[in-house]
Every structure is written in structure tokens, then in C-alpha cells.
Write a protein that binds this ligand. Structure first.
Ligand SMILES: [Cu+2]
Length: 128
């Protein structure tokens, strides 16, 4: 039997944040996300582990409403400002991140879009 508490303490001591080790205490995950040209720049599959405290920090070159499905967080991102989705990843799964109403002045986008929005990527919440 490996002494898990010791391993966890050792990891905490050096401040390691690694996805390779199973278990452990919830962590704070902060991810900067940029929407440019109606797409998500960089990696479009984001992840955290169940129980993590998550901050998704959004910027965009165009006014857009970002919708994290499953967690049902929906906020309008305005150029020049950072909009943060802050939440606890308490539900496991594969959740779509969708953009609605590109260029719209307000967040009343679902009414205008009959064919839904643009899928920017996915947010995975993995078992701890
Ligand atoms: Cu949506």
C-alpha cells in the first residue's frame, strides 16, 4: 500500500498541478479563453476535475453571448473586457460551449437564432 496522504502532501509542497495523478484535493483552475474570428483560439477542449474551482476568463473581438451547457452559465462578452465564468465543477461530463448572437447588442439571442449557435468547443469535467 502506498501512503497516499504523504504523496498528496509532497505534491502540495512543491505546488505541482498535474493531471497525471489521480485523486487529491480540489484545485483552482483558471483558463484564459479568446474568441477571435468567431472561433476559439487555441485548444478547444478544456478540462477540469470534479470538485475543482473553475474560472473561465473570456475575451472576444466581437460582442457575443457565451453559453456553457450543462452548467447553464450564459454571459455576454464585450470587446475590451474580460468576462469570467466562476463555478465549481460539481457535475462530470462533456459540455458544449456555444456562442450565440455574434455582434448582437444584447443577450436576447435565442429568440433570434432558429438554428442555434456556433460550437466553440467543449469543457470536460473528469472524475477525480
Ligand atoms: Cu447555447
Amino acid at each position: 500500500m502506498i501512503k497516499k496522504p504523504m504523496a498528496i502532501l509532497a505534491l502540495a509542497a512543491v505546488g505541482l498541478l498535474t493531471a497525471a495523478c489521480g485523486g487529491g484535493d480540489p484545485e483552482s483552475v483558471s483558463i484564459d479563453l479568446e474568441v477571435r474570428g468567431r472561433q476559439l483560439v487555441g485548444n478547444d477542449v478544456l478540462s477540469a476535475k470534479k470538485g475543482d474551482t473553475v474560472a473561465l476568463n473570456w475575451t472576444s473581438d466581437e460582442s457575443v453571448t457565451i453559453h456553457l451547457h450543462g452548467y447553464n452559465i450564459e454571459e455576454t462578452v464585450t470587446p475590451g473586457e474580460t468576462t469570467t465564468f466562476a463555478f465549481t465543477a460539481d457535475a462530470e461530463g462533456h459540455f458544449m460551449i456555444e456562442a450565440h448572437g455574434f455582434g448582437a447588442a444584447d443577450g436576447d439571442h435565442h429568440a433570434e437564432e432558429e438554428d442555434g449557435g456556433v460550437t466553440l468547443g467543449y469543457f470536460d469535467v473528469l472524475p477525480r
